[in-house]
Design a protein. Structure first.
Length: 540
């Protein structure tokens, strides 16, 4: 009996040790680094997963589906299954979750700052430089089954955005920018002439003028009870734009406190200016008031800053407008660059999705993924997808194609595919690409961007609630936001790619594993007890 207890206890200890080992190994995500195979085995079948994003735009879904069908005709041994998301943040969180279990997709629509976080796992994302230069299967390679772009035909500025730690970890897929959609009719009704380049002073002045009310309490400019003259959708981009234009510095890899802290006088002045106009009701944000396009389409907003990729929702004749017809107000919509401090030296952010490839045990599977990624850069896919929104193709090959030029030339001929506001948004980026910029990307840069927006959101909300926005308020705000987003941990102190770990398992996971272990111990114990009893019976 005593020996039986010892054996059972020993078995329990063995399983318990396994639990500890499993918990400790949770952060280990090492995968063998990808090496380009000498030849790609086209005789094998490959099952690829592609995580994509669309904005409930069925035209985009159809383009993805057609691209997959056409690709599979060229490569019958490669099968692509697609999972659609309506939010980049959800893709990001799902990838992070799946890295731990090595169940990432093969190909993923994403952003470089998200990839920077993915790279905290060893060999998780495939570096593309070697693949891009491969004579047979690289960009413009001799053995491709389709007419893909060469590396020289990918817009250099867009390709540089995909460089992290000195290597390309993605290819650009589409590019957009932020633009200001303007109710030109109301601007002129207020006695102003709309300039070709908006300045912050002009926008603030017109916005304040639009807050004037009549004796009956309605706003003079629109005769309605509601008017928020200026709404900015992405406040992180708002802060980034304003600091960039002021040459005040937004993002360095040295840490967030320096660029968004109390010592940054430019950030302080930006917030004071925003507070002054939020207090009068001239300014608000998407998070506080709602989607700017809806206010804009109802004649309740004069300046709506949103992505050029959202152009099909904006304007009274927008093909995707989603407000009741009786609430729409008819007016002339103009598209401009975001407001500037210096109209002679403008700056506007470059944004838009890129495509990355996740490492797998089979290098041939990675090669199949690489072929599919390149196919997404062909003229047919690029030109078609760009036409769904105010996007710009990422290759000069597609931009200069006969089909895309014809699309731009037909601006305004219909309210669907050639919706003028959408094409004007595209042209705004194409004609001002030399003024576009991106912010540095590193592990933690997403938190820094979020913190930038949070400063504006908090300040705007407090000002609209008639709180006093002075230096004491801002001092406390900088401290609170820095703590909320752990800005003191960014930059040089951030985990490097060779040191990072997912960390220990969550407590709930440890408990679950422990319970499973105990259950197996119990099952094993019962089985062992039966065997011992049978043996003792035979001995007797």
């Amino acid at each position: 009996m005593r020996m039986n207890l010892i054996r059972h206890f020993g078995a329990f200890l063995a399983v318990a040790c396994c639990v500890v080992v499993l918990a400790g190994c949770h952060g280990s995500r090492d995968t063998t680094a990808f090496e380009i195979p000498e030849t790609w085995d086209a005789s094998k079948d490959y099952e690829l997963t592609f995580w994509a994003k669309n904005d409930t735009n069925k035209a985009q879904t159809k383009i993805y589906e057609k691209a997959i069908r056409d690709f599979e005709k060229l490569y019958p041994n490669v099968h692509v299954s697609m999972k659609l998301y309506t939010d980049y943040g959800k893709i990001y969180s799902d990838v992070i979750t799946n890295i731990a279990t090595k169940t990432t997709p093969n190909v993923c629509i994403t952003y470089p700052d998200h990839i920077a976080t993915y790279l905290t796992g060893n060999n998780v994302v495939v570096p593309l430089d070697g693949l891009m230069a491969c004579e047979r299967y690289g960009l413009g390679g001799s053995e491709l089954a389709f007419d893909g772009p060469t590396q020289d035909e990918v817009v250099p500025e867009f390709l540089r955005e995909c460089v992290l730690d000195g290597a390309h970890y993605a290819l650009p897929f589409m590019r957009s920018t932020e633009v200001c959609y303007v109710n030109k009719t109301f601007v002129e009704k207020l006695g102003y002439e709309l300039p070709d380049v908006l300045t912050w002073d002009f926008v603030w002045e017109v916005s304040e003028a639009a807050t004037a009310k009549k004796a009956d309490g309605t706003y003079a400019v629109n005769g309605q009870q509601v008017m928020i003259p200026f709404i900015y959708k992405s406040t992180d981009n708002m802060m980034i734009h304003m600091l960039r234009q002021l040459d005040g510095g937004f993002s360095t890899q040295m840490g967030g406190i320096d660029v968004l802290g109390a010592a940054n006088e430019n950030a302080r002045e930006v917030l004071k200016t925003i507070a002054a106009h939020a207090k009068t009701g001239a300014f608000s944000t998407f998070q506080i008031s709602g989607y700017p396009g809806n206010f804009f389409n109802e004649g309740q907003c004069i300046f709506a800053v949103d992505s050029s990729a959202g152009s099909t929702w904006i304007g009274p004749d927008a093909p995707l407008v989603d407000i009741p017809a009786d609430k729409k107000v008819h007016f002339e919509t103009a598209v401009r660059m975001v407001p500037q401090y210096d109209a002679a030296n403008p700056a506007m952010i470059s944004q838009g999705p890129s495509v990355c490839i996740f490492n797998k045990e089979d290098p041939d599977e990675v090669m199949a993924s690489w072929l599919f990624v390149q196919y997404l850069l062909t003229n047919d896919v690029q030109s078609a997808y760009a036409q769904t929104e105010g996007y710009v193709p990422v290759t000069t090959k597609a931009q200069e194609s006969k089909e895309f030029k014809a699309y731009l030339a037909a601006s305004g001929t219909d309210a669907e595919n050639h919706y003028q506001v959408k094409i004007d948004a595209t042209k705004t980026l194409m004609s001002n690409a030399q003024y576009s910029f991106t912010t540095p990307v590193f592990n933690g840069s997403t938190s820094l961007r979020d913190a930038a927006g949070q400063l504006i959101e908090n300040t705007t909300k407090s000002a609209r609630n008639k709180e006093v926005i002075d230096d004491d308020y801002l001092d406390a705000l900088f401290v609170d936001v820095a703590a909320l987003y752990h800005l003191d941990q960014l930059g040089t102190d951030a985990p490097s790619a060779d040191k990072a770990s997912l960390g220990p398992l969550p407590r709930a996971s440890v408990i679950l594993i422990a319970c499973l272990a105990v259950a197996w111990v119990g099952i094993g114990g019962v089985a062992l007890h039966d065997k011992l009893r049978q043996r003792d019976a035979r001995v007797r």
